[in-house]
Write a protein that binds this ligand. Structure first.
Ligand code: HEM
Length: 595
């Protein structure tokens, strides 16, 4: 079992005052700061830098599409569509999703360890510090077909949405573009740095950073602050994207919406992809400004640029500390996260294909279908996941407090292959399925079957469908002819969850290997560069501290213990009734029965 902190307790309308302000006069800051592109400054300047190919981290792993590595070619790598017998096609990704991942419309399977929604929200925020693979600009779609037989609900709704007369005859599609591949290496391209460098807060280019800074941030009298906008309750939010910087929701991040100027601008282009993601982005901008004000006030001689870099050093260190000591031991088990042993110039802090193309996407299973929003008077106004994609106005209206309370009190979903309804059917304002996407993306990136990956991780291959979680082994056997055909994503998600972890052995190990390489190969990792009182300050910081000191008003939120464990004040929230959903989205999906 996991060692749990005291569960967070929901408290509203109490003013406990703020914690004592830290004394920064005894802090010793490093004299060199990380480049905004994330590059290391020492012997390995390319390691971890933005705009590089995703790597094949696992030794000796043969990729299905390794055939294409011509220096001259910028063709996309071929997708291998055959099963291990070389004759049978791999199963349709939506059919695999229907077989193993279909969670009911109003079904909630709370995490048995009582872990809070912060688990997945932290996980996604950190993914957006690690990878952003753009989609290929030309006609390179490899849509997933959806058949009327297996998916009457999905096909009918899709047909209605495009105005097709003969609804049930119409083919359904989940549209998907190929990943962008780096010419020459033919590996998927990563736009952002692989390092834990708070790219979500500062971006990875000078231009984006300049846009994110407050107007008077730099210079001798500068504040060192980040720019903000204002919620209806007067609390600071992310700045607006008034100058048309690259931003979601369009596939290529470019402007394609009249609403764009009213969208937030974050370090990462996906900042408002869903509501709680915008919340955690905002939390860290507030945390930056909290420290910038303290450092500014501590010494009149500092320039704005010095205040900014010292603050950025603290923010990167806090995020690293929370990630490696609070989050990962819960996510993949403390047994997979050995203590830090110093900078290793051989370790490559870059996104790895098995981890980001598959294993780390396992965080999707913990996502809840509805977000509680409890205001300062204790009234709840929950919102469904499907209603919060790219909806910044919901943050302007409510501020952060209702979301911060929801994340800290609601139990997340269990570690199994099941994805909540909205993720598997109504993703990103359309009919879309994230489980099917993850499978198809694995094919796009040339990932070999699970058993090949297991061997590369030093684990024994599975020999039977009985090796998987009940009843998902049986479900896999209905779509894959042989256990050797089971793919990376569907297979890892179905493995038996290890004690002390949220995943099976191969998924936990692949995720841990990714983050350990990033930690050990980073010259600027906080335990490598900080000492004395500053190091002690970081080591004493928890996610709960960051939440409490950045609430909309001082003292309005308390999170005793670890924010990653949910309060038992309220386990489940009233979901929208099935009747209301049917009225809105049509008949209930007919999931393939699991034998
Ligand atoms: C409501 C929350 C989330 C939503 C709506 C979401 C949605 C998505 C979407 C649409 C993709 C692209 C799929 C594709 O076409 O390949 C994606 C990719 C990904 N997601 Fe999530 N996700 C969420 C949370 C998470 C969490 C909790 C984690 C991990 C803990 C995670 C890890 C990843 C990773 C590693 C990728 C690949 C990124 C890349 O290669 O650029 N996501 N997600």
């Amino acid at each position: 079992m996991l060692t749990k902190g005291k569960p967070g307790v929901l408290e509203v309308n109490v003013n406990l005052g703020t914690e004592q302000e830290p004394d920064v006069s005894s802090f010793t800051f490093p004299t060199t700061f990380r480049a905004i592109s994330g590059a290391n400054s020492g012997g390995q300047p390319l390691f971890g830098r933005a705009e590089q190919a995703i790597i094949h981290g696992s030794e000796g792993l043969n990729y299905a599409n390794d055939v294409v590595a011509s220096e001259e070619s910028d063709d996309l790598p071929e997708i291998v569509r055959w099963s291990t017998d070389g004759v049978t096609l791999k199963p349709n990704a939506r059919n695999v999703s229907n077989a193993v991942s279909a969670q009911g419309l109003d079904e909630s399977i709370p995490n048995p360890d009582g872990i809070s929604d912060w688990l997945w929200q932290w996980g996604q925020f950190m993914d957006h510090d690690l990878t952003e693979v753009p989609q290929h600009g030309n006609a390179s779609a490899f849509d997933i077909s959806v058949t009327t037989e297996s998916d009457p609900f999905f096909v009918q709704i899709e047909a209605e949405s495009i105005g097709t007369a003969n609804e049930l005859e119409a083919p359904g599609w989940i549209t998907l573009a190929r990943s962008e591949f780096e010419p020459g290496t033919q590996e998927p391209l990563n736009e952002i740095s692989g390092l834990v460098d708070a790219g979500t807060v500062y971006g990875n280019t000078e231009a984006r950073l300049a846009e994110l800074m407050a107007e008077d941030a730099l210079g001798d009298d500068g504040t060192g602050r980040l720019a903000t906008s204002e919620a209806a309750n007067g609390s600071p939010l992310l700045p607006l994207n008034s100058n048309g910087f690259c931003n979601g929701p369009s596939a290529d991040g470019g402007p394609d919406s009249d609403l764009l100027p009213f969208f937030f601008l974050g370090g990462d282009i996906r900042a408002q992809e869903q509501l709680n993601l915008a919340v955690i982005h905002t939390l860290w901008v507030r945390e930056h400004n909290y420290w910038a004000d303290i450092i500014r006030a501590s010494d009149d001689d500092l320039t704005g640029a010095e205040v900014f870099e010292m603050t950025r050093t603290i923010i990167q260190a806090e995020i690293q500390h929370i990630h490696y000591t609070e989050f990962l031991p819960i996510f993949v088990g403390a047994h997979n996260i050995p203590a830090y042993d110093g900078y290793n110039p051989e370790a490559r802090p870059d996104a790895d294909n098995v981890a980001t193309g598959c294993a780390y996407r396992g965080g999707h299973t913990f996502i809840s279908n509805s977000f509680p929003r409890t205001d300062d008077s204790g009234n709840d106004d929950p919102i469904m996941l499907r209603d919060g994609f790219f909806q910044p106005q919901e943050i302007f209206t409510h501020g952060l407090n209702p979301y911060l309370r929801g994340l800290s009190t609601q139990t997340c979903q269990a570690g199994d292959p099941l994805f909540v309804f909205d993720l598997r059917n109504l993703l990103l304002n359309g009919l879309d399925d994230l489980f099917a996407r993850n499978i198809e993306r694995g094919r796009d990136h040339g990932l070999p079957p699970l058993n090949v990956i297991r061997e590369s991780l030093g684990l024994a291959p599975h020999t039977s469908f009985d090796d998987f979680q009940e009843p998902f082994g049986a479900a896999l056997s209905r779509v894959y002819a042989s256990v050797d055909d089971v793919e990376c994503f569907s297979g890892m998600m179905s493995e038996v969850v290890e004690s002390g972890s949220q995943f099976g052995d191969s998924q936990g190990l692949a995720i841990a290997n990714q983050w350990l390489a990033i930690r050990d190969g980073d010259e600027f990792y906080y335990e490598n560069i900080l000492t004395g009182d500053l190091l002690a300050q970081i080591q004493g910081t928890t996610l709960a501290d960051v939440i409490e000191r950045n609430a909309d008003t001082p003292g309005s939120i308390t999170v005793p213990g670890s924010a990653f464990f949910a309060s038992d004040v309220r386990d489940t929230l009233p979901l929208m009734s099935e009747e209301a959903l049917l009225a809105k989205f049509g008949p209930r999906e007919v999931a393939v029965e699991i034998a």
